[in-house]
Design a protein around this ligand. Structure first.
Ligand code: MN
Length: 311
């Protein structure tokens, strides 16, 4: 059974009550100001402004209120995804995150890593915090310590392989989901008999879509899996995974830069088009392709720039 919570103000509460008026039921429980029952969802509104949705239709009903004035999608207004357990940050968690998906040059990397409750402080002392606050150089310094201390798995999907599966019709969502599932599987296997309290995936797709992508896998990690956006700020296991994934990305970028004979820029901006055009003129299309995510618009733009320069 799925649980969803939204927060409403007085105005939002009135809208909720009007909307479900036809399905209203009486529930004499402490703090309850309104209750309703649909065929697949129970709705309970509390004095505190929390509205709880329970049952098979909980996600659908809660989502209805996500963008309506006077309501918030969840108790944590900055994140999207599952309602998270209290004190999650202090529990034993396997976290996973990816990087490189928005960069024309370089691989997609995904890392998963296990931080046991009694390692949380140590990991913080190693310098791990929300990876959005760390520079690449700092992450390069921290990653080796993390890899020496924690159970982790990191996967680098190189460009040739990426381009091959992309051409076969795999979306980035599918690619990411498969890599996350695989990295999580590896970590759980290395943990042997130990079990995490939760697995926390930095959310890039709704749960149903994620599991759709990996449905034909022989082993699917499902137990105690939570999805949330901005998960690197919710548990250090995701922050650590994010750092390990980032450094794997940077290392592959170093290797590709050696091959290209030029420092490959990150991202997908105008600088990227310029450098790509230069590589195209110097080494040809196949060489450029093997350094890039070829389906990005940057490939077309680079070809146009190169064509102009040839004249
Ligand atoms: Mn992420």
């Amino acid at each position: 059974m799925s649980n969803q919570v939204i927060l409403v103000d007085d105005q939002g509460l009135k809208k909720v009550m009007v909307h479900y008026a036809a399905s209203k039921i009486v529930r004499n429980a402490p703090g309850v100001v309104f209750a309703a029952k649909l065929t697949d969802t129970s709705i309970t509104a509390y004095k505190s402004g929390k509205v709880l949705f329970q049952g098979g239709g909980a996600e659908r009903e809660a989502a209805r209120w996500g963008k309506i004035e006077g309501t918030k999608a969840s108790a944590k207004e900055t994140t999207k995804g599952d309602v998270l357990p209290d004190h999650l940050a202090k529990l034993s968690v396997v976290g996973s995150d990816e990087t490189g998906t928005g960069d024309f040059f370089g691989p997609v990397t995904v890392a998963a890593c296990f931080v046991r409750a009694d390692q949380v402080e140590l990991v913080r002392e190693l310098g791990v915090k929300d990876s959005k606050q760390l520079t690449d150089d700092l992450m390069r310094k921290i990653a080796p310590d993390l890899q020496a201390t924690l159970i982790y798995s990191v996967l680098t999907l190189k460009n040739d392989k990426y381009n091959e599966v992309q051409a076969r019709g795999w979306s980035q969502g599918k690619i990411k989901a498969l890599l996350h599932n695989q990295a999580l599987k590896h970590v759980l296997r290395k943990m042997e008999d130990e079990k995490p309290d939760y697995i926390l995936i930095d959310q890039f797709a709704e749960r149903g879509i994620y599991y759709n992508h990996i449905q034909s896998e022989s082993e699917i990690v499902r137990e105690n899996v939570l999805f949330s956006t901005k998960a690197e700020g919710l548990h250090l296991a995701v922050a650590a995974a994010s750092i390990i994934a980032r450094v794997a990305f940077l290392e592959e970028m170093d290797r590709l830069s050696q091959i290209a004979g030029v420092e490959l820029p990150k991202g997908a901006g105008a600088k990227v088009d310029e450098v790509a055009a230069r590589i195209l003129l110097k080494s040809g299309e196949e060489s450029l392709k093997s350094l890039t995510k070829w389906h990005f618009a940057n490939a077309r733009k680079a070809k146009a720039i190169a064509a102009r320069k040839r004249k």
